[in-house]
Design a protein around this ligand. Sequence first.
Ligand SMILES: C[S@@+](CC[C@H](N)C(=O)[O-])C[C@H]1O[C@@H](n2cnc3c(N)ncnc32)[C@H](O)[C@@H]1O
Length: 469
Amino acid sequence: MVQLNQNFINCIAQELPPTLSLEDFIASCDKPLRPSLRVNTLKIDSDSFLARMQSKGWQFEPIPWCPDGFWFTVPEPVQPGNTVEHLQGLFYLQEASSMLPPMALHYDTAMATVLDMASAPGSKTTQIAAMMHNRGLLVSNEYSSSRIKALHANILRMGVSNTALTHFDARIFGEFLYETFDAILLDAPCSGEGTIRKDALALKNWDADEIQSIAATQRDLIESAFLALKPGGVLVYSTCTLNSTENQKVCHHLKQTFTDAVVFESLANLFEGAERTATDEGFLHVWPQVYDSEGFFVARIRKTASISRRQEPPQLQQNFPFEPITHKQYQQLSDEVANIIGVMLPKERLWVRDGEFWLFPEGFVTLIGQVRFQRIGVKIATLEKHGIKLQHEAVMALDIDATLAITVDAAQAEQYMMGRDITLATTTKAQGERVLLWQQQVLGLAKHLGNKLKNQLPRVLVRDNISST
Ligand SMILES: C[S@@+](CC[C@H](N)C(=O)[O-])C[C@H]1O[C@@H](n2cnc3c(N)ncnc32)[C@H](O)[C@@H]1O
């Protein structure tokens, strides 16, 4: 049973638009959320994914604002997060309304250089990367050390290769990466009032003073975002909360601060039915009872003119730990990569650090020295005693040549995900390192030894309970 604090109910009673009733709002808070997912189009198109899962009894209903988002049901006792398809990165379990901010960002926007200022655990960052088709540069930032691990794991699982991860209080971006980005998502830390259907106790201790303090952080963050945006660029500000102090008022604060350079662009036509949640300014204020979803707020803001810096530009940082790949190293790496996955890597984007070969996102070099990065692009391979060793994350992210891979069946796919070797029915000549496919999708690497496939799945990804049905 949901526990709503009376002060929260009083606040909502004042905030609700006249077209919605408080009774409906309270009733919707007690209703379980419909499970939803987003198909990862970096790996599979939605039609193929649906056909594949429908054959196993999954049922889907399209989410009107996201072409690759679906509400779904599964047959008992399937746990979607423990399926092979989930580990293959074919989908992300993402709440329907949380798919709105990237859709609002993408709408009619150039997206060569994008910043996601508060990105863990990565639902929207992986959605943005898919919209960018893994091209260009996506800087994904997260301030909380404990949440970076999940962000990183999701980026790897979903095969995202165009991302550079940073770990900062996002207040720094306005000065350190001043007027750098075509598009910015600020999915701000917030009081989470919209998440009550996921967590019945979320609002038990709701406190108006806390909201003022969170809104002060949000005002700092939105100013920083606006400074980091190129003139002509688009900022999407979103929260999963419902009060206007953290939503409309933060956007109006930006307008008061930067006046005519701030233009609110209406989202009332983002999808059919969007007008039902549009405010007078054109923001989307999604109350949970309207689309039967979590509560959300989304604003789209264009920067129409440059804004002066507030401080002197920071000094460039020295000691970037990577070197461009040498000609000899490139020969060695590309032979191995061509042999195992048939991919031709672009030399200008390959960098080396301590015997590791990394593929940087397009355009990344312009940011070298400006801020410190936690992780840049994809680790393709390492140099070991016996030669070059391709990495699991590389085969998850690159578009491999399937004719060089070995296809396994459902039982073998499960064994692989459980970290076991696969015994082969017939012995053939050993082929060495190979990619394993199940149903035309990558599982990971294994060493073909003639009579068995030796498991190369990283130990952190091994699962005990996994299902291919
Ligand atoms: C709403 S969540 C982000 C969810 C994420 N965008 C997603 O879709 O998976 C807000 C995030 O902001 C982070 N955060 C809190 N304070 C921050 C700050 N000062 N700078 C940057 N991020 C911050 C929190 O740790 C949290 O992960």
